[in-house]
Design a protein around this ligand. Structure first.
Ligand code: FE2
Length: 274
């Protein structure tokens, strides 16, 4: 079966050995380099998929055009001080490093990435978002079941994610889980800006998640998982002693309508393709 057919059938594709170990290491080193230069002033933005209406701070809302830093919710003591070092406390960095940082730009638009995009008929697709996800040992939180198109909503739905394992992802350290064919179920919600201020999870379809078919997508360092925007997926907390770093980019078809009310806005950067 061709990759295109497999992707259309399952809603995801697992490609082993997509990036070299050296490229994965270089990206993890770059994240550490960026974090060392982050001028943290004690006003954290915490990232929780289960509680995103609470993330309506300007730092989050403006992060579409920035290199911004988000903490694990368990990183703080009752007084609001970081319990560990800054790097070990980070949940992720996002959401425009693929356009603002040369190392992330190269990784996001690698020769193999362009080849894959062409194979999937996505050469024109724009990279609208990127994030470096740390999932640090013992603190890396769960990511609730969601569909990426909820956060990168287009009409029609065109969002496709590329998730790159920078380290081995196992059940123990919180690999991704998904159901083959799950993308054929409706888009449940649209995470958008309210008419006035703030954010809301607008329900489009109230069908419950079907959890029984969820399979762990355990992959080695260097693998790429392509994710259809309508595919429900999640990951469990990292209770192991090993981190599970990953880098993800999300793409959309420039021909699709991208509503103004989407949470993520790209105002100062012109979008570029893969
Ligand atoms: Fe996701």
């Amino acid at each position: 079966m061709s990759r295109v057919d497999q992707f259309q059938k399952d809603g995801y594709l697992v490609i082993d050995g997509f990036n070299s170990a050296e490229d994965c290491d270089a990206l993890m080193q770059r994240a550490m380099w960026l974090a060392e230069r982050y001028d943290y002033k004690g006003h954290p933005s915490i990232f929780e998929t289960g509680n995103q209406t609470m993330s309506a701070d300007d730092y989050f809302l403006n992060s579409g055009d920035e290199i911004a830093y988000f903490f694990e919710k368990d990183a703080f003591d009752p007084k609001g001080q970081l319990k560990k070092g800054l790097f070990e406390s980070l949940n992720k960095i996002g959401h425009a490093m693929h356009d603002l940082d040369p190392v992330y730009d190269r990784f996001s638009r690698s020769p193999q990435m362009r080849k894959l995009a062409a194979e999937l008929g996505m050469s024109e697709y724009l990279v609208i978002q990127s994030m470096h996800i740390f999932k640090h040992a013992r603190i890396g939180g769960e990511v609730d079941v969601h569909q990426d198109s909820t956060f990168l909503y287009t009409e029609p739905n065109t969002c496709v994610g590329f998730w790159f394992a920078l380290e081995d992802a196992t059940i123990e350290n919180g690999c991704m889980w998904a159901t083959p064919g799950g993308h054929k179920t409706p888009l449940r919600s649209w995470f958008r800006r309210k008419e006035a201020a703030g954010l809301e999870m607008h329900v489009l379809d109230s069908s419950p998640w079907e959890m029984h078919g969820m399979q762990p997508l355990e992959v080695k360092k260097g693998a790429c998982i392509v994710l259809h925007g309508a595919l429900p997926h999640y990951s469990q907390p990292n209770t192991s002693g090993k981190s599970r770093q990953a880098f993800a980019i999300h793409t959309i078809d420039p021909a699709a309508h991208y509503p103004e009310r989407n949470w993520l806005r790209r105002e100062t950067q012109s979008l570029r393709p893969l």
